[in-house]
Design a protein around this ligand. Structure first.
Ligand code: ZN
Length: 519
């Protein structure tokens, strides 16, 4: 006998300001999903093949293609249909590192920790040279270096980026912090850059001048450029690379260097102690296929009326190239694949069709998900919608590291509160209790939200995502937390089950206004 437990919800005026409604949860299926997800998990195996076995999954790289093809076959092997790499449009040049060696040879030998900046060329064989400090705040300042920098290794003056901190890297939300998040708050776009702020304008000005300096150094024929990376203790956070566009201007080879190594070289040069370096950087550009691809696959719906409707889950599979993109975002990709495996393993025959999508080029601007939405559902710039837009009940995303789920962001729409509250209730013991009206941004659910499809990212414990792994050379399989990923896959599988089986689709906010492109 199927156990049905009615989660009677009370009108709790004034606590979290939500109105609850009747929502049904099938506890028998929830137990099956828990058992499969917590006791028979394959999430770490999947994560291994996406990280150690595939390598750094930079957009357009052979490594990302390898991971995509592996995922397509794995999803197929679990019985999913329509499993494929789906092109979303033109991306640009692919790129990978094929050799990365650099060391100080004078006043003594020291191999440095550094990563070639994405989409920069190699040194065209081994180079050796003196390290030269280039100090320039204006174009005129550059004049004094004209004709003096050929084959040199260039370093810039930079404040120590290495702040000593004795706080633990890894953190979990406290109950007080989670409680704070439940307080009603004006929905606000987290992470939105205030384009009018002096800080934003200064950053734009610095970026523009850096382009001028890059062109100058390239014309001078410098051997190598060193730039100081954010991070400490040998951790190198890679930033946005050079351009991957076909029209990209030529730049010099550049190494994003660990703070400790950069500051040591800089202190020596500033003290007038000659520094020599040797390096051999080899990188490869790929232009045969400049299309971008997303991985998609499905568990087909079975209900006559509802099978054409969709529940979509996803996360981005691309990563930066400093390591193997463990927590960003093999974690989210492996969890979403595991959700599909769990649902197949418990022999679930969904009413609505369930689709998984592993996006590419999220790191360059949500390109994989934005273009997927454009190709399938509608254009946020004009709000011209396609018929499919009305058939997606919800999109669930995971892309905040390896931490376990503590709840869900409602993206400014509290009408989903009673539903999600009921769906989280069976996982109180696993620490998932919180629903917040707040928005969270900067990842792929935003692409769905932009065309009026309910798109959600779960609240996750940060662990050492911000302090250590997010876009760094430390972002490896080792930084994944197995128990956290098992918990996440189990909870998402249950949400997907409930969304697929619910008579009604997930309630929708008012359709957003057209968002013309910003110049
Ligand atoms: Zn990410």
């Amino acid at each position: 006998m199927k156990l049905k437990l009615l989660y009677s919800c009370l009108l709790v005026a004034g606590t979290a300001g939500f109105t609850f409604a009747q929502e049904t949860v099938d506890t028998a299926m929830v137990s099956k999903i828990r058992n499969e997800g917590l006791n028979h998990s394959k999430v770490m195996e999947t994560a291994f093949y996406l990280t150690d076995a595939s390598g750094p999954r930079l957009s357009g790289s052979p490594e990302l293609k390898h991971a995509q093809e592996w995922a397509v076959n794995q999803l197929k092997s679990w019985g999913l249909v329509n499993s494929a790499r789906e092109p979303w449009g033109h991306f640009g040049k692919g790129w990978e590192v094929q050799k990365n060696y650099a060391a100080v040879t004078l006043p003594y030998y020291h191999a440095i920790i550094a990563i070639p900046k994405a989409w920069t060329p190699g040194t065209n064989g081994p180079v050796t040279g003196d390290v030269v400090l280039v100090k320039a705040d204006t174009i005129t300042d550059l004049d004094k270096y004209k004709g003096t920098l050929k084959g040199k290794i260039v370093i810039f003056d930079a404040k120590p980026g290495v702040e000593r901190t004795y706080k633990a890297d890894g953190v979990r939300y406290t109950d007080a912090e989670l409680d704070e998040m439940t307080k009603p708050q004006e929905a606000r776009q987290r992470g939105a850059f205030d384009r009018n702020s002096p800080a934003f304008r200064a950053a734009m000005k610095a970026r523009t001048f850096r382009t001028v300096v890059n062109a100058f150094l390239q014309q001078e024929g410098v051997g190598l450029v060193l730039s100081q990376a954010r991070g400490s203790d040998g951790t190198v956070f890679t930033t946005n690379g050079a351009s991957y566009a076909d029209t990209a201007k030529a730049v010099s080879p550049e190494l994003e260097t660990s703070g400790e190594d950069y500051q040591r070289i800089l202190r020596l040069v500033k003290a007038g102690i000659p520094v020599k370096m040797e390096a051999d950087i080899k990188t490869q550009f790929f232009t045969e296929d400049e299309q971008g691809y997303d991985v998609v696959a499905e568990i087909p719906g079975t209900d006559k009326k509802l099978k054409d409707q969709l529940v979509i889950i996803g996360g981005h599979l691309d990563s930066w190239h400093g390591a193997t993109g463990g927590t960003d975002n093999a974690a989210g990709s492996a969890v979403m694949m595991e959700v599909m495996r769990i649902l197949k393993a418990v022999n679930f025959k969904p009413r609505r069709t369930i689709r998984i999508a592993l996006w590419s080029s999220e790191e360059q601007g949500l390109f994989g998900s934005r273009n997927y939405v454009l190709n399938h559902f509608g254009d946020p710039k004009t709000m011209e919608l396609k018929p499919e837009q009305a058939k997606v009940s919800a999109y669930y995303n995971l892309d905040n590291g390896s931490g376990k789920i503590r709840g869900i962001y409602m993206q400014g729409d509290s009408t989903t509160a009673p539903i999600f509250k009921a769906w989280l209730a069976p996982f109180k013991d696993l620490g998932a209790t919180t629903i917040t009206n707040r928005n969270t941004g900067s990842t792929d659910h935003v692409s769905f939200d932009a065309v009026g499809i309910p798109g959600f990212q779960f609240i996750q414990d940060a662990l050492d995502y911000g302090a250590r792994t997010h876009h760094s050379n430390q972002d490896t399989y080792d930084k994944l937390s197995e128990d956290d990923l098992k918990q996440a896959a189990t909870i998402v599988a249950s949400f997907v089950y409930n969304t697929s089986q619910r008579d009604e689709m997930i309630p929708r906010k008012e359709l957003p206004k057209p968002q013309p492109a910003r110049n």
